[in-house]
Design a protein. Structure first.
Lengths: 312, 285
């Protein structure tokens, strides 16, 4: 029997597989047993009501998806009265993804979520769709530090910082989040992207730009997971194009302590449970007793970044 | 026994539902997949679970095959053309119009199709309705044909107003005829499909006492007409809508449309809050 348990800071998970925020909601419970998941992660909530972006909100590309949903939100009161009771039916820990326009507003929202049935807060400081030109807190170490410090002061729940790939120095941002008190990092949100319909010459998204996800982004996010995991002591949760157990193993070898499955669930609703089963099968086949032993177990000994062979 | 989601049940809000309430994720055997005219194909699959659970107006999310030219990444939503609990057969009537439907068209008997569903909120019939009017155009008629059969099974009379470009594009007439529906065909080719003419037709059906409720799918202009007449004549109505979808389960919020509710505009997910909505609340698309 493979030990599938992992620890994300102080939070023990029955297995390392959970949904990516925004790709999971009540409707999936008609198809998937939520009690099998390592954790449940809500769609990002905001204190205020938000209508979201104009349609079209998604565009299909080769092996992936562009989205500009724009975080439609029914607000905190709706979440507390309707959504939270729904998730309390299930045994898996609930992680609430939150967003706010300012660091102070992030802290106020987190402070109101210290409630039974909420196991952790995921700070979505990385949505490319809600600020002008795709800007987000996690694009810079300074603004990441500012928002995470305020969150840390406001909440005693485990705090996960969801980073963005849309930054020149993800390692600096990762260290800033850790220094500011984050208990874990989620690496990463979608990649700011754009596509144009050549027949109509129109951008395929109503918001012009959006976030790229799906298998197309996986190698980029594996790289960022590897970089972040080497740079910080807190756990890294890998998120980017994971569609099957092999993808999850790859992220864990790169340094992820757990993984989030997102866009794949749209294509294959059972993707998460298939990843759980496949991870256990991989460990059994490879003689790995604890799935946690995969974390950072990439065989990179003797290899160095930027190791250039000089020709004679 | 699981309860399918219908519009009436949904107006009270999304009640807490336990896992596995009637949504199947199956690999269905393709029995046939043939052209029915120069625009539309009919796909017939064996899927006993979904065939048992589907209510008229609900849809399935289909994993469309990759072909030489296309690799559709997302599933495609497809309304139920027929779901027969006895034979275990589910049918889809579709127009080949993009990467997904080109993939569907490549299926042959003996292939398998991954299908998720039935999904969404279907049509609901009130017990005191004796006659309903269904008004559809194009592939919208595929959504209305099973509604007509559901009505007939409850001894509700059906008048089907079928709009099409020309006689060759008229769909589903045998389906409506088989349940004894009164059929009115209106065409672009002879001008009878004009809003003015269809309005006179609907008013006549109403005067004859055969319009306890209005149902429509497939045309914005006909939806607006039916909405206006329904409002004027006090006739309840439902509309089945389409929108680009990704997840089909209410998770991603991409398939939203605007609705008018009590003077306010609200955004609803076509896949989860619909695809069948109160006609009075719909807005132009």
């Amino acid at each position: 029997m493979v030990d599938m348990g992992v620890k994300i800071g102080g939070l023990a998970l029955a297995n390392p597989v959970m949904p990516a925020s925004g790709t999971f909601a009540e409707g999936l419970a008609d198809v998937v047993d939520f009690n099998r998941l390592g954790a449940m992660v809500t769609k990002t909530i905001t204190a205020e009501l938000r209508s979201g972006n104009r349609v079209p909100r998604v565009a299909e590309i080769s092996n992936g998806l562009l989205n500009s949903i724009g975080i439609p939100s029914k607000g905190l009161d709706y979440f507390l009265s309707e959504t939270l009771p729904f998730y309390r039916q299930f045994a898996s820990p609930l992680v609430v993804s939150i967003s706010a326009p300012t660091a102070d507003a992030f802290a106020v929202l987190a402070g109101r979520l210290q409630l039974p049935g909420i196991a952790a807060i995921e700070a979505n400081i990385s949505c490319p769709n809600i600020e002008e030109d795709g800007h987000a807190f996690a694009m810079s170490a300074a603004s990441t530090s500012q928002v995470m410090r305020k969150l840390r002061a406001a909440s005693s729940l485990p705090l996960w910082a969801k980073l963005t790939p849309n930054t020149g120095d993800v390692v600096a941002v990762a260290r800033a989040a850790e220094d500011a008190g984050a208990d874990a990092l989620v690496v990463a949100n979608t990649i700011l992207a754009m596509s144009i319909d050549t027949e109509t010459r129109r951008p395929t998204l109503g918001n012009i730009m959006g976030g790229l996800s799906g298998p197309a982004v996986k190698p980029i996010i594996v790289r960022m997971t590897y970089q972040c995991a080497r740079a910080v002591a807190i756990p890294v949760i890998g998120c980017g194009g994971i569609a099957d157990a092999n993808d999850a193993v790859e992220f864990m070898l790169a340094g992820a302590a757990a993984v989030q499955v997102g866009t794949a669930t749209f294509v294959e609703p059972h993707a998460m449970t298939q990843v759980i089963d496949g991870l256990a099968a991989y460990c059994a086949r490879k003689g790995v007793g604890r799935v946690a032993d995969l974390t950072g177990a990439v065989s990179d000994a003797g290899l160095r970044l930027g190791d250039t062979e000089v020709l004679p | 026994m699981t309860a399918a989601r219908t519009m009436a049940a949904n107006t009270a809000g999304n009640a807490l539902r336990l896992p596995g309430s009637g949504v199947d994720d199956v690999r269905a055997l393709v029995l046939s997949n043939e052209r029915v005219n120069d625009s539309y194909n009919l796909l017939v699959v064996e899927a006993p679970g979904p065939a048992r659970n589907a209510v008229a107006g609900q849809f399935f999310h289909l994993q469309c095959p990759t072909t030489g030219e296309d690799a559709p990444y997302l599933r495609r939503p497809m309304s139920t053309y027929r779901a027969d609990p006895q034979s275990g057969v589910v049918e889809f009537l579709y127009k080949v119009s993009g990467a997904g439907t080109r993939g569907l068209a490549s299926l042959v008997a003996g292939d398998y199709l991954s299908m998720l569903g039935p999904l969404g909120v279907g049509f609901a019939l009130e017990p005191d309705w004796r006659h309903i009017v269904v008004l559809g155009r194009g592939v919208g008629l595929a959504t209305l044909a099973p509604l007509a059969e559901m009505a007939a099974a409850r001894n509700i009379g059906v008048t089907a107003v079928i709009s099409a470009r020309d006689q060759d594009q008229v769909l589903s007439v045998p389906r409506f005829a088989a349940i004894g529906a009164r059929i009115e065909i209106v065409l672009d080719s002879d001008g009878s499909s004009s809003v003015d003419h269809v309005e006179r037709l609907l008013r006549r059906i109403h005067t004859e006492g055969h319009a306890d409720a209005f149902f429509t799918c497939g045309s914005n202009r006909l939806m607006l007409l039916m909405q206006r007449l329904g409002d004027e004549l006090g006739i309840a109505g439902q509309v089945a809508m389409e929108q680009q979808m990704a997840c089909g389960l209410g998770m991603c919020h991409c398939c939203v449309r605007d609705f008018r509710v009590g003077g306010e505009t609200v955004s609803r997910r076509v896949c989860w809050d619909g695809p069948v909505f109160p006609l009075a609340e719909a807005t132009s698309w």
